[in-house]
Design a protein. Structure first.
Length: 503
């Protein structure tokens, strides 16, 4: 989609749909109300129509009105943005997503988008949130649409955001930020939506190499023999049963203009199981259905890395994607096996289906050894996290209150729901090994917590945060943030964490 910022008002644009924000409780009575102006242009019938339809300006509600030739735009889409003085970037982006979907449902290919006149949010935030909200809502995964779906419903092709009274340099800078974030988000969604027959560990590595080339990153890909030489044994064990062997993908972003001479290096680690059958601790039919998405952590890490240069991120980032496929064959690892990962903490395999924590064990240690001063991992790690928090919420675990607070603040800006869970000391004994140091499964009770406690053995004493995205990596249905399928969760939060908006 072609999207641009323009100064001035969109009211006289010859487009298929003009999107106009309306605050809650605005019934067009005041002269300052946009509803009031538009009512005058639509023969004094708009306010009555909006009232009849029960449109109240509630955040995310929309009303599509044909303009019957009275305005250059073919239709007007009113979008509620809620309480004017409680507007947040996240709610605003979501409302604009709903408006974009209403435009597409009406068959619009070109849209003009107005921004609210008075608000407590800075202009750059409004433009950024509108551009992000509209684009992410209209995302589609079209790669495998066959003949029967062709021409079903056209998508919006052209959008212009009109910032009346907004300095064009401010508007354009916000558009550039939105476009980098959306690029990373769509990269992550596309990778997660790809079938596992296509997105193998080696294909993930190739994709990362292409991203590194175009996004100014350095990359180092370790294949099976390099992993064996280095002793990355947990990743090797997980990937042993597949003919698509594991790849450890190392990416580095170095800023052109480092913030200070401080030695901070952020480490990002992504679980990238391109398919999770469970291995010999095999999953059920139902349990296996969505397991092509078990690489969402790795995809999010790549999405974030793809955007850092364009955003002029001030901090260096060391990223690791642990790519492997968890399959069954005569070569597969088994329950009862003992694995010695990079840092020598021996692991007793109870379940071959608790494979994510195994690849992350090696990934965390490798990232620490490459100089990270803090570690953040993303993983579709446990069904227990989905049971605990439901779909759409990421479980956050952290050794450090400060790091947790920063990530939660970033997630609020980004509009990605996140909830902190405890690293309960008393549960540590559940994963204490019988013959090895640590077991890879602590049983059903507190399953998301014991998984996190397992990972902590491999955080090398660094400040560490773990994001269990098992419940949030997919949208279970179509919505204003995007269609059913991959959500790209983590990309927006981590970018906001690394490059705070308004910097
Ligand atoms: N990839 C799954 C977790 C998962 C479940 C992700 C549902 C998305 C939706 C993970 O590898 C897994 O199988 N975890 C096991 C761990 C158990 C064996 C200790 C689980 O959660 O059941
Ligand atoms: Mn598993
Ligand atoms: Zn898994």
């Amino acid at each position: 989609m072609d999207i641009a910022f323009r100064s001035g008002t969109g009211a006289d644009e010859r487009v298929d749909a003009l999107i106009v924000p309306i605050p809650a409780g605005d019934h067009g009575q005041s002269d300052a109300s946009r509803l009031h102006d538009l009512d005058a242009r639509l023969s004094g019938r708009l306010i009555e129509l909006a009232d009849d339809a029960g449109f109240s300006g509630k955040a995310g509600s929309t009303l599509t009105v044909p303009t019957l030739g009275l305005m250059p735009a073919r239709r007007l889409i009113l979008v509620g943005v809620g309480d004017a003085d409680r507007l947040t970037a996240a709610s605003f982006a979501r409302s604009y997503g709903a408006a974009a979907l209403a435009a597409r449902d009406a068959g619009a290919r070109s849209i003009a988008i107005e921004l609210p006149r008075t608000t407590t949010l800075p202009a750059s935030t409004l433009v950024d949130a509108a551009a992000t909200g509209v684009q992410r809502a209209l995302y589609e995964f079209t790669t495998y649409r066959g003949a029967t779906r062709q021409g079903a419903r056209p998508n919006v092709e052209r959008a212009a955001i009109f910032g009346d009274g907004i300095d064009p340099t401010v508007g354009e800078a916000a558009m550039r930020r939105a476009s980098a974030v959306v690029g990373g988000l769509f990269l992550a969604r596309n990778l997660v939506n790809e079938p596992a027959s296509v997105l193998t560990p080696e294909r993930m590595a190739e994709t990362a190499a292409n991203v590194a080339e175009s996004a100014g990153l350095t990359i180092d890909i370790l294949d099976e023999s390099a992993l064996a030489a280095l002793g990355v044994n947990a990743m090797l064990a997980v990937g042993m049963g597949s003919s698509h062997k594991p790849r450890l993908i190392r990416l580095r972003y170095s800023p052109n203009n480092p913030a200070e001479a401080d030695a901070r290096v952020v480490g990002l680690v992504g679980k990238c199981i391109t398919f999770d059958t469970g291995g010999y601790s095999i999953k059920t039919y139902e349990g296996m259905l969505e397991m092509k998405g078990d690489m969402a952590g790795g995809a999010a890490v790549l999405g974030v890395m793809s955007a850092l240069q364009a955003l002029d991120c001030p901090v260096p980032v060391e990223a690791t994607i642990c790519a492997a496929e968890n399959m069954i064959s005569g070569e597969s690892f088994r329950p009862g096996d003992i694995i010695t990962p990079l840092n020598g903490v021996t692991i007793e395999v109870l379940s071959t289906d608790a494979e994510g924590r195994l690849v992350l064990a090696d990934g965390l240690v490798d990232t620490a050894r490459r100089g990270a001063t803090e570690l953040i991992d993303l993983a579709t790690l446990t069904g227990a996290a989905v049971v605990a928090l439901g779909e759409g919420t990421t479980a956050l675990f952290s050794s450090e209150d400060d790091l947790a607070a920063h990530l939660i603040a970033a997630s609020k800006d980004a509009g990605e729901r996140m909830w902190r869970m405890p690293l309960t000391e008393e549960l540590k004994e559940k994963i204490k090994g019988d013959v090895g140091d640590v077991k890879n499964s602590g049983g059903r009770a507190g399953g998301a917590i014991t998984a996190a406690l397992f990972l902590q053995h491999f955080s090398e004493g660094l400040p560490w945060a773990h994001l269990d995205i098992a419940g949030s990596a997919r949208f279970p249905k179509n919505g204003p943030e995007g269609p059913k399928g991959a959500s790209g969760v983590g990309v927006q939060t981590l970018i906001d964490y690394l490059v705070p908006p308004g910097m």
